[in-house]
Design a protein around this ligand. Structure first.
Ligand code: NDP
Length: 476
């Protein structure tokens, strides 16, 4: 059993941290943010060393993470302040308010694909809401996790409000069972199930940010060049190892051919490499190329057509871009997370069918729509069964720190980022205080007959209950 003394240490730190108040936490978090931002090159180099991603991708990841941290630090006081609410008719003698209080210690379990950006979505909001955090990074990226904790320790060496525990899945499982007050998990859907089962033992609440199989819808009126460029970025960026990356494209039949031609031309220009300036790098884990190859061969065996690349594009640790079309909907390449630079581009009769197919799978993380008509785009976006949608861009929401992020179905539940992300790491507590004695008191073992009569009369009047005479008339 991995040693998780960090959770005990975090308890005392959590008390101190909660006692700092929103103003104190904001000051410390902004200092923490600056210490990360000031050493962005160092952190990007470490991300690159552990994941293989090119420098630009690593820098972008840190920049986005810092934006979210900054937002959480600056907005926690406003979002989580105590709010007075109406006491309602029954309790007019009371004043009522809702408060948002920290959980205590939050365990954060992170993946390797964006080892700073994704866990920071939970870490920043959990800290800003007043919790201490024990972070378990992926065993693939332990150095990045330790680097983030070291920056905290430099600023507040005696206040271990953010700590890191490294290890494999067993350490993650132990963290789930350690008595932390909440678990924020980001990773695959399969591991999410194990995390929930472990958390169920102690009724530890969880937020789950799991996998995706995101669809991009291209309507006949769309700017096809813009849609193709977006599909390239969303599908090939980070070697396709992006939870909310584009894996499926549904294109209206009328423009399927020109869209595929435009997309194929762009994809043929891209070659992955190990250098810092490569468009994308190697697959980060040794298991992934095999999964990608299986998805490609499975689709081709069932009649799909490879427009760019084929199974031979998988040459570990690299995978060249692959564009498949006419892929039967039951194939793994359509239903399961490929997590590689493979785009399935299928024609559809119209936008209705595109939405139906986009919504058909178990995942529901994010999606995108390309159309020149704003209203139509927003209407289609509103019908996608996902947690986030971009119109005329991909991943447009990722850089907007006030927007919540999270999925539905197999992609998980709960939200990080934005005001919802701050509330995710707070418990709502209700408070009432009596301002004067109630003129009609029902909260007593022997309410007076007149109090009951007046209350019932008000009840019937307010809720439209029929008097017995009206009921008789209705039933006659
Ligand atoms: P995994 O599910 O394999 O691992 C995620 C984390 O869970 C790792 O730290 C892992 O540790 C840990 N872990 C493994 N087993 C257990 C267990 N039994 N109990 C507790 N923790 C455990 O995901 P990957 O790291 O491979 O990340 C890729 C996945 O993450 C993809 O599915 C991707 O879509 C998803 N993802 C989702 C995001 C979102 O916001 N929705 C964002 C980014 C990625 P170790 O690595 O040491 O085994």
């Amino acid at each position: 059993m991995p040693d998780l003394k960090a959770v005990e240490v975090a308890r005392a730190a959590a008390e101190w941290w909660a006692g700092q108040g929103a103003g104190g936490r904001r000051r410390h978090l902004l200092a923490y943010k600056s210490s990360i931002a000031g050493r962005i090159d160092e952190l990007a180099a470490l991300i690159r060393a552990e994941t293989g991603k090119p420098t630009a991708g690593a820098l972008l990841e840190v920049m986005l993470a810092v934006e979210h941290l900054d937002w959480a630090a600056r907005n926690a006081r406003r979002v989580l302040r105590r709010r007075s609410v109406s006491p309602g008719l029954l309790a007019l003698n009371q004043a009522a308010a809702v408060e948002y209080v920290p959980y205590g210690v939050v365990g954060v379990i992170g993946p390797w694909n964006y080892p700073v950006y994704t866990p920071m979505g939970s870490i920043a909001h959990a800290l800003a809401a007043g919790n201490a955090v024990v972070f378990k990074p992926s065993e693939v990226t332990p150095g990045v996790g330790e680097w983030l904790a070291d920056r905290w320790a430099e600023l507040l060496p005696d206040r271990p409000v953010l700590q890191v525990v490294t290890g494999d899945g067993e350490t993650g499982a132990a963290l789930c069972r350690s008595g932390v007050d909440k678990i924020a998990f980001t990773g695959s859907t399969a591991t999410a199930r194990a995390v929930m089962a472990a958390c169920a033992e102690r009724l530890t609440p969880v937020v789950i940010e799991a996998g995706g199989k995101d669809a991009l819808i291209v309507t006949a009126d769309a700017d096809l060049d813009a849609a193709a460029r977006a599909a390239v970025f969303g599908g090939l960026g980070n070697a396709g190892q992006t939870c909310a990356g584009v894996e499926r494209v549904y294109v209206e039949q009328a423009v399927h051919e020109p869209f595929v031609a435009a997309l194929a031309a762009l994809m043929r220009e891209v070659t992955p490499g190990a250098g810092p300036d490569a468009p994308y790098g190697p697959m980060t884990t040794p298991a992934q190329p095999g999964i990608i190859r299986a998805h490609i061969t499975g689709a081709l065996a069932r009649g799909a057509r490879a427009v760019v690349g084929d199974a031979g594009s998988v040459r570990p640790p690299f995978v060249d871009p692959v564009l498949l079309t006419g892929v039967p909907e039951g194939c793994a390449a359509v239903t399961e997370e490929t997590f590689g630079p493979v785009l399935v581009v299928n024609p559809v009769a119209g936008a209705e069918e595109a939405v139906r197919r986009a919504n058909a799978g178990g995942y529901g993380l994010a999606g995108s729509v390309f159309t020149r008509h704003r209203r139509r785009g927003l209407a289609l976006a509103g019908r996608m069964r996902v947690g986030a949608v971009s119109v005329n861009s991909v991943l447009g929401f990722a850089g907007v720190p006030s927007l919540p992020f999270g999925g539905v179905g197999d992609s998980g539940f709960g939200r990080v980022h934005g005001a919802d992300g701050l509330r995710e790491f707070s418990r709502a507590r209700s408070v009432t205080w009596q301002r004067f004695r109630p003129p009609i008191d029902l909260m007593t073992l022997r309410p007076s007959a007149s109090a009951l009569r007046v209350s019932l009369a008000m009840f019937h009047r307010r809720h439209g209950a029929l008097s017995s005479r009206s009921r008789d008339r209705r039933d006659a």
